[in-house]
Design a binder for this molecule. Structure first.
Ligand SMILES: [Ca+2]
Length: 326
C-alpha cells in the first residue's frame, strides 16, 4: 500500500514540474494566475439584433451576426494515435489545456456573410449559403477585423472580445467535441456524415449545414472547405514529404498559439544536390478539416495542412472564433 504522505508529495511535485514545463512551452501565452475563474463564464452577445442583421445569420441559434456556439474551457488529447489509419508523422499526440472558453462559428463563413461584411452588398439566397472560398489567410484576418469593428460600433460585442481565427488547438478541440476517434462519428470514413471524397470542381462544395453536426453542434468541420487557423506553420515543401509541418512537442501545453517564428522551406541546390533551408517571406498558415474533394485521410480530426498566408484557393475558406483579446 502506498503511504498517503508520499502520494501527496508526489502529486505536489508533479504539479510543480508540469507547470514549469508548460510555462516554457513554445508559443504558449504567459498569463496571470487567475484566468481559470473567468473561463467558464459565457459572455452575453447580441443585444439589440435587428432584422437587417439576418443576412449575416445562419442556423437557428442566434447569438450574433454569425451563428456562434460557446465552447467551455477544458483539456483534451490533441492529434492522432500511432495506430490511426492515414496518420502522418507530424501528428504527435500531446495534452492540451485551454484555459478560456471561446465562441466558434457553427458553420464555415458563408459567401453571404463575406459579401455583407467585406463588400456591403447582399447576394442571392442560393449563393449566400455556400461557404466562402478563394480567400487568403490575410483576407480572413481582414474579415475578422472588420466585423469586430462593425459589432463594436453597434455596442454588441462582449467586453474584451474580438473576432479572430481559432488556433489549431481550438479548432481540433471543437472538431473532436469530446471524441478521440478519427472523425467525430467514429473511425470509419462515412460520406453521409461530411462532404468529402467528391470530384474536384465547383459543383462539389455544398451550402453550410447540410451534414449532421458533431456533439457540440458544429457543422462541416470535416470537409466542404478547408479552414484557415491562426497558427503559423514551421515548415512547408519539405524534401521528403510535401507540406510537412513541424511535429508538435510531445508534452503538455497550455493555450498553445502555434509556432511564432518564421516559416521555412527547403529548396534543392542543384550544384550540391543538397536541400537548403530558406526563410519564407510570406508565412505559411495552418489549415484544417480537408474539403469536398479530399480523400478520407485528409478530413480526419488530426489532419494538418498549411499554405502561404497570401494564397487564394477556391476550396479554402475559414470559420471565425470570438475570443478574449488577452
Ligand atoms: Ca470545413
Amino acid at each position: 500500500m502506498v503511504n498517503p504522505m508520499f502520494s501527496g508529495i508526489f502529486l505536489v511535485l508533479s504539479c510543480v514540474l508540469l507547470n514549469a514545463q508548460t510555462q516554457a512551452q513554445e508559443g504558449g501565452k504567459k498569463r496571470s494566475p487567475e484566468p481559470l475563474e473567468r473561463t467558464d463564464r459565457r459572455p452575453q452577445y447580441g443585444k439589440g439584433l435587428r432584422n437587417t442583421d439576418r443576412a449575416l445569420r445562419g442556423g437557428t441559434a442566434i447569438n450574433g451576426p454569425i451563428d456562434l456556439i460557446w465552447v467551455e474551457a477544458g483539456s483534451f488529447v490533441m492529434s492522432s494515435p500511432e495506430s490511426e489509419a492515414k496518420r502522418r508523422n507530424n501528428e504527435v499526440q500531446h495534452s492540451v489545456q485551454l484555459t478560456r472558453g471561446f465562441y466558434l462559428g457553427r458553420f464555415e463563413v458563408t459567401r453571404g456573410q463575406w459579401a455583407t461584411v467585406m463588400e456591403r452588398r447582399s447576394i442571392n439566397r442560393k449563393d449566400a449559403s455556400l461557404p466562402v472560398g478563394g480567400v487568403s489567410w490575410n483576407d480572413a484576418i481582414q474579415f475578422c477585423e472588420l466585423i469586430t469593428e462593425i459589432e463594436k460600433k453597434k455596442g454588441r460585442l462582449p467586453s474584451g472580445m474580438s473576432y479572430q481565427l481559432p488556433t489549431e488547438a481550438e479548432w481540433e478541440y471543437a472538431c473532436r467535441a469530446g471524441t478521440t476517434t478519427t472523425y467525430f462519428w467514429g473511425d470509419e470514413p462515412n460520406a453521409v456524415r461530411a462532404n468529402f471524397g467528391k470530384e474536384f470542381g465547383s459543383e462539389g462544395v455544398e451550402p453550410v449545414g447540410q451534414y449532421p453536426p458533431n456533439a457540440w453542434g458544429f457543422h462541416d468541420m470535416h470537409g466542404n472547405v478547408y479552414e484557415w487557423c491562426n497558427d503559423t506553420s514551421t515548415c512547408v515543401d519539405h524534401p521528403e514529404e510535401d507540406h510537412l509541418e513541424k511535429p508538435y512537442p510531445a508534452k503538455s501545453v497550455i493555450d498553445p498559439q502555434g509556432h511564432l517564428g518564421d516559416s521555412v522551406s527547403y529548396q534543392l541546390d542543384t550544384t550540391t544536390g543538397r536541400y537548403v533551408k530558406l526563410k519564407l517571406t510570406t508565412p505559411s498558415k495552418i489549415m484544417r478539416g480537408g474539403c469536398y474533394w479530399s480523400r478520407a485521410g485528409n478530413v480526419r480530426s488530426a489532419y494538418r495542412h498549411s499554405h502561404p498566408a497570401t494564397d487564394r484557393i477556391d476550396f479554402k475558406g475559414f470559420r471565425v472564433a470570438l475570443k478574449y483579446d488577452d
